[in-house]
Ligand binder design. Structure first.
Ligand SMILES: [Zn+2]
Length: 137
């Protein structure tokens, strides 16, 4: 992705619009290491007639981009509808993954405090948290 193109080609304006944060999970891409995990996501996939416009682009971490990459959408879905569907899918996967991590991975990580987890683990309270991009502007 970041293969020697100019900052404009990288979608610098999109990164800025999204505050270097994944639109789906809230991953903070402001540090160099984390920035490298960010991608530009076409909200409506190009393969499904998604436009290569700023309105159809958003920042997604590689993990969320991967989660949403195989989703398909009816041709009359708006960008907003697709965005909500993708957020819902990511939320679903993160909850499943978190449960696996909590029960299978975390117990062996004795030095790591369990309270140090992301907001998406709570189903009721995460709607605002995950709709960050729209609210942040
Ligand atoms: Zn993400």
């Amino acid at each position: 992705m970041k293969d020697g193109k100019s900052l404009t080609d990288y979608g610098a304006a999109i990164y800025k619009k999204c505050h270097y944060t994944c639109a789906y999970c809230g991953f903070d891409g402001r540090s160099f290491e984390n920035w490298r995990q960010l991608t530009i996501d076409h909200i409506r996939p190009v393969k499904q007639d998604g436009q290569n416009t700023e309105e159809n682009k958003i920042v997604a971490c590689q993990s969320c981009n991967s989660i949403t990459s195989r989703m398909t959408f009816p041709s009359d879905d708006s960008v907003e509808t697709i965005l909500e569907k993708k957020k819902a899918r990511v939320r679903e996967i993160l909850k499943r993954d978190f449960e696996f991590w909590r029960t299978e991975v975390a117990p062996s990580l004795v030095s790591r405090p369990l309270q140090n987890v992301q907001a998406w683990k709570n189903s009721a309270d995460d709607e605002q948290e995950l709709s960050g991009v729209d609210d942040a502007n």
